[in-house]
Ligand binder design. Structure first.
Ligand code: MG
Length: 399
């Protein structure tokens, strides 16, 4: 792989929190990716969902397939731009590790439950998974990933949480979320590889939520014709293959449209980013971080992508049927949280031991253990645990 001068070079990595001997055949970013793939949190992604719950159908995206799609899109752009594909892959595969069960609903519910105890942020939780929660190595908690992978995982962070991270790791991954000393300073960006993963994430879910939305019957091809980005490529597909106009071919028409949309967005990102790079002319990865966001859509594609996102919010994520199932999911999270906080003996042994090690008065610490436990659950495990511990008829939260 030929790296551009603005790419992250593993030989110049800021390294791991705990020093380790280099691997004989793999770079540090390859090693990060491999550690992520072998982690327990990664395997759980297969039973975690974003929009549709895991039991609703076998063909809907899960967090695992979503992460693979983000990695695929990210790598193909990285290769063209001369960015580090291994780092992109590591960040993409890890970016959703901290997600709760039950998608956005579970996350909102857990954040509400944690309101008095420091809140819940899924990006920060992904970092907690790779920094603290995986228990696989004799000498340290977590996966001991490189700075660059961890920086990419921490996509957003509140100032309050950034202050806590900064206290433990001065000048580390949270520094760029703290208010700058000079008001006109350009906010430090993460590496171009991390910026790419953010955009690949958006491209991937916009596309696969259309697919899953139509498959579920919650949105129709007719509705999608209002969306400029979709309609442009639907017409293009029909112009090239008139047989796709038959009702029986509607699924092929959908796929061909989505494929064209994906390609157009990828080419747009490549062209817009090449322009931005030519303007900023960073001569290394550090200068690229200082140059403001460089990995970007062109202005028109940014506008069209935002319109598509708005359409999905209005017609899919807030669809009454989605809202109904997510309402039940939120209740499960609230019930489990209340039970575990009140009676830590009901936690799984390892988490119960963590609570035991805390001062009895440390409610914030106890809430964080409960939050870690619930966030790690898959949709189906959370459902089983709710049934086993609480049952469907009584709700602890209402007691
Ligand atoms: Mg994602």
């Amino acid at each position: 792989m030929t790296l551009a001068r603005y790419a992250c070079d593993p030989a110049l990595s800021r390294g791991r929190r705990f020093a380790e001997v280099a691997a004989p055949t793999r770079t540090d970013y390859q090693r990060d990716r491999d550690r992520i793939v072998h982690s327990s949190a990664f395997r759980r992604l297969v039973y975690k969902t974003q929009v549709f719950l895991n039991h609703e159908g076998d063909l809907f995206r899960t967090r695992l397939t979503h992460s693979l799609e983000v990695a695929q899109l990210g790598r193909s752009v990285a290769r063209t731009l001369g960015l580090n594909e291994d780092l992109v892959e590591a960040i993409a595969l890890a970016h959703d590790l901290g997600h709760t069960p039950f998608g956005h609903a579970g996350q909102d519910a857990l954040n509400d439950c944690m309101a008095e105890y420091g809140g819940f942020e899924h990006n920060l939780q992904s970092l907690r998974v790779v920094d603290e929660l995986e228990e696989r190595y004799p000498d340290f908690n977590g996966l001991n990933l490189t700075f660059e992978t961890r920086e990419g995982i921490l996509k957003h962070c509140s100032v309050a949480n950034a202050l806590v991270l900064e206290a433990n790791e001065p000048g580390g991954v949270a520094r760029r979320f703290l208010p700058s000393a000079t008001p006109d300073a350009v906010r430090l960006q993460p590496s171009l590889e991390a910026q790419l993963c953010n955009l690949a994430d958006e491209i991937a879910y916009n596309a696969h939520d259309i697919d899953d939305g139509v498959r579920s019957g919650l949105i129709t091809l007719e509705q999608l014709c209002e969306v400029e980005l979709f309609e442009t490529f639907r017409r293009q597909a029909l112009a090239q293959h008139s047989k796709l106009g038959d009702a029986a071919q509607s699924r092929r028409l959908l796929y061909d449209t989505i494929r064209r949309m994906l390609s157009a967005q990828v080419y747009d990102v490549i062209a817009a980013t090449q322009d931005a790079l030519a303007q900023a002319a960073p001569s290394n990865a550090t200068q690229a971080r200082q140059a403001g966001p460089l990995l970007c859509f062109g202005a028109d594609m940014r506008r069209q992508s935002s319109l598509l996102k708005r359409f999905l919010h209005q017609n899919l994520y807030r669809h009454p049927q989605v809202v109904q199932t997510t309402g039940q999911a939120k209740q499960r999270v609230r019930d489990l949280f209340a039970l575990f906080l009140h009676d830590p003996q009901t936690l799984q042994a390892g988490f119960a031991a963590r609570v035991q090690a805390l001062q009895a008065t440390d409610t914030i610490g106890r809430a964080r253990v409960v939050s870690d436990y619930i966030a790690g659950m898959t949709d189906r495990y959370a459902t089983h645990e709710h049934e086993r511990l609480i049952g469907t008829s009584t709700s602890v939260a209402q007691v």
